[in-house]
Design a protein around this ligand. Structure first.
Ligand SMILES: [Zn+2]
Ligand SMILES: [Zn+2]
Length: 175
C-alpha cells in the first residue's frame, strides 16, 4: 500500500501512468500574503519513464480569493497551470553534500521512489500567487485622505502630490 497522494515510480513500466489528485491546502499553510482562500487543488496528468528518469506532465487547477493590493477588497480568482518536471533519482555519494534543490526548477530529485505530490503542487501555487494582485486592471484603490474605496464612492478629496523638496521645507518650518 502506498501512502495517499503519492506516486509509486517503481510501478511505472513502459506505459505512461495517468494520475489525478484532489489536494487540500489552507491559505495559511501556503503562506502567501494576498492569498485569502484556496479551493481544493486538482493535480492531474501522467508520468512516464524516460532515459534520465521520469517525465511528470501535469496540470494544476484551483481557485480561491485574493486580496487586492490597491483597495484591499477580496475577489475570486481561478488559476490553471500546465507544467512538466523531470524526476531523477538523487545519487548521493557517501560523505558528499548534495544540493537538495536543483538549479533547474523543472528538475526534481528524489531518494524514495514513492513521490509525495502535495509539496510539488504547493511550490507551484506559491510561485503563482501574484505579489500585487489587482481586483481589476483599473482599480482606483483607497483614498489616501479619507480611506474610502474609490471604486465605490467618489469622495471628492483633493489629494495633493507634494514635491518631496517642499515637503522637507514644510517639516522644517514646523520646528
Ligand atoms: Zn481593487
Ligand atoms: Zn477621500
Amino acid at each position: 500500500m502506498k501512502p495517499p497522494n503519492s506516486l509509486s515510480l517503481d510501478s511505472i513500466l513502459d506505459e505512461p501512468v495517468p494520475f489525478a489528485f484532489d489536494l487540500h491546502f489552507s491559505a495559511k499553510a501556503l503562506d502567501r500574503e494576498p492569498l485569502l482562500e484556496v479551493s481544493p487543488v486538482l493535480l492531474e496528468g501522467e508520468v512516464s519513464r524516460i532515459e534520465k528518469g521520469f517525465a511528470f506532465d501535469a496540470r494544476l487547477s484551483y481557485g480561491g480569493r485574493l486580496e487586492c493590493s490597491r483597495c484591499l477588497g477580496s475577489y475570486p480568482f481561478e488559476a490553471r497551470e500546465d507544467f512538466s518536471l523531470v524526476l531523477r533519482k538523487r545519487k548521493a555519494p557517501a560523505g558528499v553534500d548534495v544540493l537538495l534543490q536543483s538549479e533547474d526548477l523543472n528538475e526534481y530529485f528524489y531518494d524514495d521512489p514513492v513521490i509525495a505530490v502535495a509539496p510539488i503542487a504547493e511550490e507551484r501555487i506559491q510561485m503563482a500567487v501574484p505579489m500585487k494582485p489587482l481586483c481589476r486592471e483599473d482599480c482606483k484603490g483607497l483614498c489616501p485622505e479619507c480611506g474610502q474605496d474609490r471604486n465605490v464612492t467618489a469622495c471628492g478629496c483633493v489629494v495633493e502630490t507634494l514635491d518631496p523638496r517642499w515637503e522637507a521645507l514644510r517639516v522644517l518650518k514646523k520646528v
